[in-house]
Ligand binder design. Structure first.
Ligand code: RIB
Ligand code: CA
Length: 313
């Protein structure tokens, strides 16, 4: 049994992506093989430098640098729709970080395939962005799915969306990509809006994170999160910390409950586009294709976050 989990993290930083990326970098159990970047929350011209800056911010002599790869600046069909109201025009709420290094000169989907091909043991793919990079990698070399341990996605909702009444942001931004990933034949864990709503970052929780004797990374993460509007969906009580929930699943699955169920994606052109039709009660008779994360121990989650990020520089 191995004590580390080899991971490729696909992201679109993104305020909550920042927390997820730093949590992954702070966790010795996660062997972060690569960070791949897509557009989404803001354009790739911002998400890429944001990812590079966050990786550099967490850099330390004892930790080998994690390669960052630029990926899709658009979905398989159409274009991404940014969400600057939540992430700011720069993607990190206007919090200026020291610039990071250069991206590794290889397209994200190629890098994912290369890493999977060479992997000594199966790799976990974590997707916290529109799933375009993951879909391009898996669809263009299907046999490589055998080198994928599992896929953990922050995506979808069984009820109301946050991008449209029907669809969650990542799912809506590339529903075809999500459908490809769901159909790749490897175990998929789905972390939906209903789960992430339980990771509600209230002002009190943010204040508690701040008091920890952390370094520049914890301070930056809190400064970034402090720019995120308190959500109308939660009566202004806080903002859901979506993306780090996907990393937390890997680190502390005991903080979650889950059930297997069938999920399909609405690929139509209408108002339901991007909706994830999540059959929690087996009404369709379709075989389960995801493990749906349903409940979260929120206090345990925020403790995990604070205890991890305080370890970073
Ligand atoms: O709906 C939330 C998801 O969309 C998160 O991944 C957030 O970063 C945005 O990308
Ligand atoms: Ca994201």
């Amino acid at each position: 049994m191995h004590d580390t989990i080899p991971v490729i993290l696909d992201c679109d930083p993104g305020t909550d992506d920042a927390f997820a990326l730093l949590l992954a970098l702070a966790s010795p159990r996660i062997k972060l093989l690569a960070v791949t970047v897509a557009g989404g929350n803001v354009g790739l011209d911002r998400t890429l430098p944001n990812a590079l800056a966050l990786v550099a911010l967490a850099g330390a002599p004892e930790r080998p640098p994690v390669p960052v790869f630029a990926g899709a600046d658009r979905p398989l069909l159409g274009s991404f729709t940014s969400e600057v109201r939540v992430h700011g025009v720069d993607g990190l709420g206007g919090v200026a970080l020291p610039p990071g290094g250069a991206a590794t000169a290889e397209v994200a989907a190629d890098a994912i395939r290369r890493i999977l091909r060479a992997a000594a043991r199966p790799v976990t793919l974590v997707g916290i962005a529109p799933a375009t990079n993951l879909a391009l990698a898996l669809a263009t070399e299907p046999p490589l799915a055998a080198k994928v341990e599992r896929i953990v996605l922050m995506s979808g909702a069984w009820a109301e969306g946050n991008a449209t009444p029907a669809a969650e942001f990542n799912a809506l931004n590339d529903p075809e990509a999500l459908a490809i990933v769901l159909a790749c034949g490897r175990p998929v864990v789905l972390v939906t809006l209903e789960l992430t709503a339980q990771a509600l970052c209230t002002p009190a929780r943010l204040a508690a994170l701040r008091v920890a004797d952390g370094g520049r990374c914890l301070r930056a993460a809190c400064d970034i999160q402090a720019t995120v509007p308190l959500s109308r969906r939660f009566d202004g009580r806080g903002a859901a910390l979506h993306d780090p929930c996907a990393i937390a699943w890997l680190l502390r699955p005991d903080l979650f409950t889950a059930r297997d169920c069938a999920v399909e994606v609405d690929l139509g052109p209408g108002p339901g586009r991007g909706r994830t039709l999540i059959d929690r009660w087996g009404r369709t008779g379709r075989p389960a294709n995801v493990t749906l994360a349903e409940t979260l121990d929120a206090d345990g989650f925020f403790n995990l976050l604070g205890e991890a990020l305080v370890r970073l520089p």
